[in-house]
Design a protein around this ligand. Structure first.
Ligand SMILES: [Zn+2]
Ligand SMILES: [Zn+2]
Length: 360
């Protein structure tokens, strides 16, 4: 737990971890193969993370979904069941974290980035209450759009409109398909999803789109698990749209479901507001909070800085496009200075443009 629980509060009282976020080890030079292998194959590595998510997806696909032939016709019954299943999935993940951290307050402010509880009397939120506002946007719009995408795919698959790839062919297991499906899952999906997130996130920071849609998510300066999927419907449409590539490219439905579920429940942990999730053992010792998906890991400090400063950290660490495209902030004073210098340069560029336009 040390790497997660070591840190201190800065001058504004915000929690800053001692170990600052670093781009994936494959971005470092020289390459440290031991670190790369641990990051991928280690007990808390990416492979185990993907396997857990895939297991959850398989349970949903095989046991908590309507039969394929049923979905050939759009009917309210099966669509409603999918919606309620998605609501239940998100409520289990976000609700559990919220219950422990914000209702039972098991950690109080320990390792919490912003030392404040969610707003309970603030007009910028629906009902004047940040948590209820976030729950509303997540369950109504978030799960609504997530379900709409899933319904589109299921209806298209059932009617043979969208191509699929199967594990089997007429003679049994299809080895080539199996390799392609696993390869896409492990090698293509993470990079593709992170690139999609980075570029669409920059797109919705474009002023008109920010004003219409993305500001809804950014009202949560002090975020919590329910803030993750709390977005404007337009942002939800963009956020879940990464799966649309498989309307044209043949792929096993499990992969599409994996992507949709990842988008649906993934942001809850990253936005939980605490750098580490811990519990106290009977002997008073601090232990990681148990959980199938989040074993003590805590929220995403890099994304917390995005909510705090707006103009940095549009993406993730795995495919560190922020580093490559100079929008990275790791929380260090040097990165902060660099961000301020970029802002100043941009402002003077705008001012010069304005003066030139006036003189014309
Ligand atoms: Zn966010
Ligand atoms: Zn943003």
């Amino acid at each position: 737990m040390d790497a997660l629980t070591e840190g201190a509060r800065d001058a504004q009282g915000e929690w800053v971890p001692k170990v600052l976020p670093e781009p994936g080890p494959w971005f470092r030079s020289p390459l440290e193969w031991k670190v790369i292998l641990t990051t991928i194959f280690g007990p808390r590595g990416r492979l185990i993370g993907s396997a857990k998510f895939l297991a959850l997806t398989a349970v949903v696909w095989y046991f908590l979904s309507p039969k394929m032939e049923q979905t050939a016709t759009l009917r309210i019954g099966w669509i409603l069941l999918i919606y309620l299943r998605n609501v239940a999935l998100l409520t289990i993940i976000a609700g559990r974290l919220h219950w422990r951290l914000y209702v039972r307050k098991v950690q109080d402010m320990k390792y919490k980035y912003t030392p404040k509880w969610p707003a309970t009397d603030d007009k910028k939120f629906l009902f004047g209450n940040q948590t209820w506002d976030n729950i509303f946007y997540s369950l109504v719009s978030g799960c609504g759009v997530w379900t709409a995408y899933e319904v589109l795919f299921r209806w298209g698959w059932a009617n043979d409109i969208f191509p699929t790839l199967s594990f089997t062919n007429g003679e049994g297991l299809d080895g080539l398909n199996l390799v392609v499906i696993i390869g896409v899952l492990l090698l293509v999906t993470p990079w593709y999803q992170q690139a999609h997130f980075y570029f669409t996130h920059r797109l919705i920071h474009w002023k008109p789109l920010y004003k219409i849609a993305h500001h809804v998510h950014h009202r949560n300066l002090n975020f919590g698990p329910w803030s993750g999927l709390s977005m404007h419907p337009i942002e939800h449409l963009i956020f879940f749209s990464d799966a649309l590539v498989f309307l044209l490219i043949p792929m096993h439905p499990l992969i599409v479901m994996f992507m949709l579920i990842g988008r649906g429940i993934g942001p809850a942990g990253g936005h939980a507001g605490y750098h580490a999730f811990v519990r106290e053992s009977r002997g008073g010792e601090e232990k990681p909070m148990p959980g199938l998906l989040y074993w003590g890991k805590g929220a995403d400090f890099m994304h917390h800085l995005h909510h705090r400063y707006f103009t940095v950290n549009f993406g993730n660490l795995g495919f560190a496009l922020d580093k490559v495209l100079h929008t990275f902030h790791d929380g260090s004073p040097e990165a902060h200075e660099a961000m301020l210098a970029r802002r100043k340069a941009k402002k003077s560029q705008r001012d010069t443009g304005r003066v030139a336009a006036t003189n014309e």
